[in-house]
Design a protein around this ligand. Structure first.
Ligand code: CTP
Ligand code: MG
Length: 228
């Protein structure tokens, strides 16, 4: 396996839950767009050699101008899975490890990026950062009545970057779609699980949270203000 590491950044979503008039990845956080934060943290990681960003098709020039000549910008698709598929399709032949990192996680520590990449370079076919669940988790029925309390001891919340051996991710996306039990697959590791390839976990970082709703952007602003 080649030790060249590429980072793929799905950034083509609209940000419906965040709201606002521009795509989420272009929303400003401490004066820079979310996608700029994401690309900067990836290039700050010591193990990342190449970055490819999947942008909304109508915004390719805006993204390219913001990110500069060192970053490849391509058009994403209708769903996140389509955006990631389009990005991995343009990776150099020489890339042996692929990290997939949401543009919407702008405060992810570069050390977490390196930890995920190092675990794949060390032999794991697929690696994801995870956190324990803090809230109590209930299963509910379709009218919102509690069916039971679920043990959170065996559950983890999953973050990005997720890291993969390149051949494993390519195969997962070639077959990609449904899990065996019909649960919708919402992350890249889910596609790899469907192949039957083992997925390892490493400790995630609280700062790697995803900016999803307006309160998340406020939290990110507060954390950055304290950091600087
Ligand atoms: N994404 C993408 N292409 C899509 C949809 C999502 O590249 N068609 C990216 C987003 O830009 C984001 C990441 O996938 O960086 C995680 O998705 P999410 O947080 O759900 O972002 P959005 O889909 O933009 O937000 P929403 O679901 O609220 O519309
Ligand atoms: Mg979405």
């Amino acid at each position: 396996m080649s030790d060249r590491v590429a980072a793929v950044v799905p950034a083509a979503g609209r940000g419906e839950r965040l709201g606002g008039s521009v795509p989420k990845a272009l929303r400003a956080l401490a004066g820079r767009s979310l996608v700029q934060h994401a690309v900067d943290l990836l290039t700050s990681a010591t193990l990342v050699d190449q970055v490819v960003v999947a942008a909304p098709a109508a915004e390719l020039e805006t993204f390219a101008a913001l990110l500069g000549p060192g970053v490849r910008v391509i058009a994403g698709g209708a769903e996140r899975i389509d955006s990631v598929r389009a990005a991995i399709a343009v990776l150099d032949e020489t890339v042996g490890v692929v990290l997939v990192h949401d543009a919407a996680r702008p405060l992810t520590p570069p050390a977490l990026v390196d930890a995920v990449a190092a675990a794949v370079l060390g032999g794991a076919p697929a690696v994801i950062p995870v956190l324990a669940i803090n809230d109590t988790i209930k299963q509910v029925d379709d009218v919102g009545r509690v069916v039971r309390t679920v043990s959170r001891d065996v559950l983890r919340a999953v973050q990005t970057p997720q890291g993969f051996r390149r051949d494993v991710l390519d195969e997962a996306y070639r077959l990609g779609g449904m899990s065996a039990d019909g649960v919708a697959i919402t992350d890249d590791a889910g596609l790899v699980e469907a192949l039957g390839v083992p997925v390892m976990t490493v400790p995630g970082a609280p700062e790697a949270f995803k900016v999803t709703r307006p309160v998340d952007l406020l939290l990110a602003e507060a954390l950055l203000a304290r950091r600087d």
